[in-house]
Design a protein around this ligand. Sequence first.
Ligand code: HEC
Length: 490
Amino acid sequence: MIFWASLFVSLAASAGTPMDPASVYRSHCAACHGADRFGAMGPALLPESLERLRPDALLDVLRNGRPATQMQGFAGELGDATLDQLAGWLRTAPAGTPRWEQADIRASRVIYHAPGTLADRPVFSADPSNLFLVVESGTHHVTVLDGDKLEPIHRFRSRFALHGGPKFSRDGRYVFMASRDGWVSKYDLWNLTLVAEIRAGLNTRNLAVSDDGEWVTVGNTLPQTLVLLRAGDLSLERVYPVTGADGKSSRVSAVYDAAPRRAFIAALRDIPEVWEIPYAGKTAFTPRVIGLTDVLDDFFFDQSYRHILGASRSAAGQVIDLDAGRKVADLALTGMPHLGSGITWVRDGREVMASPNLKQGAISVIDMQTWKTVATIPTNGPGFFLRSHEATPYAWADAMMSPKRDTLQVIDKQTLAVVGSVTPSPGRTAAHVEFTRDGRYALVSLMEADGAIVVYDAETLKEVKRLPMDKPIGKYNVFNKTTRSSGTSH
Ligand code: HEC
């Protein structure tokens, strides 16, 4: 029976008669992507999973597959009309809300090395505090780079589509990574091996690791939950359904560790609330809900983690005092500031914060005492990241969302003038800078399939070397992240 049913599906589909997409999916896709579309050997194919795939890119994968992967193209086998229908069907939610319960989370956990079974010192000679992790999104790999020699020492396969930055334990030994499809991986950087994995959700934004190294919190969009794991063995501790005061549930837009507060802070996408979940003290693990007047899309913490500077959908900015639990100022911002990528430094004895803008070729500089915009620096175009380091006088900005996406501009942090620029490869996207531990070198991503990490001398802006990488979207220096450098987001 089953044989005849699938034969019939194949014949009808190839004859150009559009078929019921659900049955095409069952016969051609479910074996790799799961009967419930939650993913199996291949990635999850729920509408949330495909959010970042443009319509033409989706059709291209269905027709032509992805080279050098198990995903073959179906252009020869299924007609255009069928593939169009299938693409539309993949964008619609399955009947019945997809469920991923505590039992599913627990059952998914894999332990590769039990706690205490690996060596307590690095298996390599490089300085473990000056390592970089480079996330290569092309074929889903991570490269471990020696930050002194600027050479790779190891490369390993990651889960499909890592999401949000990897987060290090304070001693730099472990790194925790979340994938789009909800997998959390704990990796031992000293032993260069995976320790444990668990699937915390079906669609995940990012994760945060507590400063005391005991806890990992995962922010999900599907189901709409925050998931608390024990950092030691990734065992599940608790699931928080994200439901607001009015009963409406929300996706998580991001979760952060606010180390000085000994708490996680979660930003929510659909309800005007910020949640603080302490991991120490009398109220540990009980969320404190801070009500807002407007949903915050994206935000920045000051270095003390007392204030958050947030942008709302209406683009109006606000400053929230987390101790007082309320808004204390408005920010005069235009366009779409990318506050999550903001940095701070001291200028004329005052702390300022600067953030790129996703809609305007401009960087806003805000005084952290008065919350007034003190300058707007015109740039080549809308950009995504702004980066600096305590030991360099410059901040580096990309123009990733503009025709000048191949060029980074270098801004003097005191005069606020653009003093230089670099173009690693004309016509090809360059963005995301991270500095070596001492701030001497700036590593830039050439974010292309046959891309590279391009290393610049941070003072002379001369290229020092180029390391080939497969779409290196981000890189993270152990020292700068674990010391919460003011020149980078944490
Ligand atoms: C033999 C296993 C296999 C089969 C059968 C298969 N896929 Fe895939 N598919 C994969 C793998 C593996 C990937 C990930 C490729 C990569 O690394 O980019 C993938 C990727 C995809 C992607 C891209 C997802 C993303 O987020 O980038 C889509 C869409 C997709 N498959 C749809 C389908 C559909 C629809 C079918 C059936 C018509 C199908 N696949 C059949 C293994 C398979």
